[in-house]
Design a protein around this ligand. Structure first.
Ligand SMILES: [Ca+2]
Length: 402
């Protein structure tokens, strides 16, 4: 079957599913036009460079605020305001019309060198009564830096975090400042799902494949930092019971699918090989044994293989890299054609990725706000059903229909 026919069929599927809604237009041509770094072949059709789509809805990205200092994570408070972390170690609260608070104090020291700092943040589902907040940060210890998780209570006047406590450290520590992962979600059982990185260097990289290391993992812990019940390696000798999945490089996107409830993640590849994965407990996602990327030097990674029995294939990958950061599925009603699509902040690509997903496969890709020339660090869905995003350059955006 020719590529053209496959694209036509994909377009027909989209139009059918969007019946009764304003349907996205299938443009056919992939949104990526640059040469890939390698000649690696995908494992299945639609694993990279799928047909481009274009939102039919007249949407806009409005700058609500500027001057945030390297914002990294954004999430909604129950009243609809936005809680934002800044890399150097502060949090601020922003209203959805762009008023930004003074920095919130009481947060344990972070090491903000390199890619470290105050990272992902979530509020307790019972925040309205307990005011608890959970966050990930780069923890400077005597042995080096590591990805850690802390919790604390937002004071009634919203000026400080009370009783901040470090509840989990993804050891071992390492004297480097790269690849901390750093996202956090709260799952439907009330446990915390955290991402880490393999700390980038050749020395630590193999630990992504070790189930007795905290590096290069998705981790699932209780709100007290203990391994969550039902984790895949519980009771297994020489394995850490807090681990949920492994073989990751640097996971900076985590989101639950609003319909299936599945955990999805995005991670950075080296030169090419950025990935979107659907995470199943206990599975090995391959890094550094398999990858669609190459070393920054241009050499192959390891044996230069992309597929291996027992190692999970990404649902989708990019080459060249877009640097996929924070992400969310859209479950709002304001733009019906976006329902259940995945939105990912792109750093080096400087846009917001929109992926249309059907039956766990990507069937369309769009680039939003590419003209803004911003490094989109995180995106979340507001209580009002609009998307809110923060950029490395310090902007807070609202993305909504005009
Ligand atoms: Ca992988």
């Amino acid at each position: 079957m020719s590529n053209r026919i496959i694209m036509f069929l994909a377009g027909a599927t989209l139009a059918f599913n969007a019946c009764g809604q304003s349907a996205s237009t299938q443009t056919g041509a992939p949104v990526e036009t640059k040469e890939p770094n390698s000649a690696y072949k995908p494992a299945f059709a639609g694993q990279t460079r799928v047909a481009g789509v274009k939102s039919a809805t007249n949407y806009e990205g409005k700058v609500l605020a500027e001057g945030l200092k390297n914002p990294w994570g954004i999430t909604s408070l129950p009243d609809g305001r936005l809680l934002i972390t800044e890399k150097a170690g502060t949090m601020r609260i922003a209203t959805t019309d762009g008023k930004v608070s003074e920095p919130i104090t009481g947060i344990p020291k972070v090491n903000s060198a390199g890619q470290g700092g105050l990272l992902g943040v979530r509020v307790d589902p019972a925040f309205a009564t307990n005011r608890m907040i959970y966050w990930v940060f780069s923890d400077p210890t005597a042995d080096g830096n590591l990805t850690a998780v802390a919790k604390g209570k937002l004071s009634a006047d919203e000026k400080t975090i009370e009783g901040a406590t470090v509840i989990y450290q993804a050891t071992p520590a390492y004297k480097g400042t790269l690849h901390y992962g750093g996202r956090i979600l709260i799952d439907k059982t009330g446990n915390l799902v955290i991402s880490t990185g393999e700390r980038s260097d050749l020395e630590t990289r193999p630990q992504a494949q070790s189930i007795n290391s905290g590096l290069g993992k998705v981790i699932r812990i209780t709100k007290d930092g203990k391994p969550a019940a039902g984790n895949p390696f519980a009771g297994q000798a020489d394995a850490r019971p807090e681990l949920y999945s492994y073989g990751h490089r640097n996971v900076q996107g985590l989101a639950f699918h609003p319909v299936t409830g599945d955990l999805w993640e995005a991670e950075f590849g080296p030169r090419g090989g950025d990935e979107v994965n659907r995470i199943e407990p206990g599975k090995n996602y391959g890094w550094p044994t398999i990858t669609y990327g190459i070393e920054y030097s241009g050499k192959k990674v390891g044996d230069g293989i992309q597929q291996k029995e027992g190692l999970q294939q990404p649902v989708y990958y990019w080459d060249p890299s877009v640097s996929p950061s924070g992400m969310t599925f859209y479950s709002g009603d304001r733009i019906p054609e976006w329902k259940n699509n995945l939105f990912i902040g792109s750093l080096s690509g400087m846009h917001i990725v929109r992926l249309v997903i059907e039956k766990n496969k990507v069937v369309g890709e769009e680039r939003l706000l590419a003209g803004e020339m911003q490094r989109f660090r995180d995106v979340t869905q507001g209580k009002d059903g609009a998307l809110y995003a923060v950029t490395d350059q310090g902007r807070l955006y609202k993305v909504d229909k005009k």
